[in-house]
Structure formats: structure tokens, C-alpha cells
Design a protein around this ligand. Sequence first.
Ligand SMILES: *[C@@H]1O[C@H](CO)[C@@H](O)[C@H](O)[C@H]1NC(C)=O
Length: 338
Amino acid sequence: MKRALCILCCLFINTNATPNHPVVVTTWSFINSTIGAWKVLKNGGSALNAIEIGASICESEQCDGTVGYGGSPGENGETTLDALLMDGKTMNVGAVGAIRRIKNAISVARHVLENTKHSILVGELATEFAVQMGFKEESLNTQDSKQLWMKWHNENHCQPNFWVDVTPDPRKSCGPYQPKYRSKTSLSKIKGDRYNHDTIGMVAIDSNGDIAAGTSTNGAKYKIPGRIGDSPIPGSGAYADNDVGGATATGDGDVMLRFLPSFLAVEEMRRGASPTAAAQIAVKRIAKYYPEYMGAVVALSKDGEYGAACHGLAGMPFPFVVHDKTMEKCHVVLVECT
Ligand SMILES: *[C@@H]1O[C@H](CO)[C@@H](O)[C@H](O)[C@H]1NC(C)=O
């Protein structure tokens, strides 16, 4: 009897397990990126290509002003970019952090992945690498980003900003700041900023069943120069493993990267959780320590099942975009947040 049940059960699982390949999921409502990635997948292209093309579209369309050039100026008015690409087949990673004067950050990340034995390059030296790889150097600042910065600096006296425990009072003034004291506590309970989180994160499975994940962003608005967030950190911004699936995260990066939510979601799926449950666990873990943070995780299993969870979006649902072969057009899925 037990045996019969098991066979039935296996049959049941097998008929349901026709993998949903190819498929792509994207954070927020970045439809054009999803369509671009889908076209690559539909034509038999690799998951890595799909992510690179998809994220590149956001970088050139300046999605929501939070991806690509001309958005999220730092304290010094400069836009810098972060991007990550992870290959779930080889577990190879390429990423750039705070790269300057190069528009196509995700493609630089691809070059780090494919042309080096390193995983992450940062700042001015990442720019030098990109130039060596043939990328064009150009300003990432625009009229819009200059105006945004001027308003923040001149009208709002550098409010809000990311400083704590400094003089003069960071709530009232612009820098230069000096530390009040050297804090011994490493986990300062900073409140997540609430004005800029729309990283593009993507996970894709191609028709071979290979999985890739990636991100691209211009980081937090008015960040302290040199800051990178969760997006270029493997396991935080995105993670992929052909054996299990992939995940990507978006939100208050400074807080989220301390918990590696994309890695956690993938590991939960490895232990048998559904993508939705895995994303919920990853989101909840952070909320336990930072109840006021805002963020979301999207997870995709190797069978092409997907789900997401989010926290603290001020009562708004979190949207993500899916495209698979059952859909004529991509679907935007809305998730209620905790
Ligand atoms: C998406 O692509 C269409 C067609 O190229 C374009 O008209 C539209 O402006 C794009 N959307 C965004 C948000 O850039």
C-alpha cells in the first residue's frame, strides 16, 4: 500500500514537474526589461544573456531614475552604478560597485565574470577595467541629476542624509562632518531611507535549464560617496544555483545586505520551501531586526515556479514582472506586504 501510494505520488509529481522553461522574473514593474530578456530566452538565448540584455534596457531607459545614469546623485552630486551577474551553472560571479562614468554597468559585470578570475571590482579602478574592456567613459550626471542634487543641497540643506553620530548635527546641516565618538556597536539601528529603492533585479531560466540572476542600480540617493548597497553583493542583491533556483532582492540595501536575503531564499527552496514561502522567510528575517525596513525578495525555483514577499512599502503592494511560455505578454504580479 505504501509502495503504491509512493508510485502514485511520484506520478503526480512528475506530471506537475514539467519544468516551466524558459522564464524570467523582474523586480518592480520594469516591463521593457522583462520583454527584452524574454526575447532572448524565447530565441534560445542563455539566461546570462537575457539578464544582461534586460538590465541593460533599464540602464539606458533610466528606469524610475533609480537604474542607470542621471539618477540618485551621491552627496557630491555624482551618479555611480552597481551591478551584479551570477551564473547558476558555474557559480561564477561578476560585479561592479560604485563604478564611475560608465553607463552599461551590467555589461561590465559580465566582463568581470567572463574575462577575470575576480568577482567584484569597485570605484575608479572598476572604471579603468571597463575602459580596458572597450567601454566608453562618459559623465553619468545629467541636467535632472544636477537639479535633484541642487535642490537637496541648497534648498533642503542636505536633508535627508545617511550620517549618524557626527557634528555638526546632520539633521540640520551639510558636511563636512566629524565623528562625535567612535562607536563600539557595529549594528547601528539606522532607519532605512524611504525614497529610493527601485533596483532592477532579475532571475531567468533558459531553455537548457540554466539559471542566472543579476541586478543593476544607481544606488541610494544622496549616499555618502563610496557606498555600495546590496545590489552588487552576491547572495544579497541576487543569487542563482542551477540545482535549486534563483532569487533577487530590492529595498533598503544597507540593511538588507547584512542578511543575504537572496541566498537565504535559495537555501530555503533547497530545503523544500516554495518560492513564495522562501521569499517570505528571507523578508521576515530582516524584519525581526529592522521592523521599519522596506524591501522585497523575488524567488524562482529551477522548475520555473515563482513567488515574492515584501515588507514595509507604506501600504503599497510590491509588483514584479513574469514572462514564461504560457503568457502572450508579460504579467505584473502584485504582492501584499507585511
Ligand atoms: C518601453 O518601450 C516602449 C517601446 O520602445 C517605449 O515607448 C516606452 O517609453 C518604454 N517605457 C519606458 C518606461 O521607458
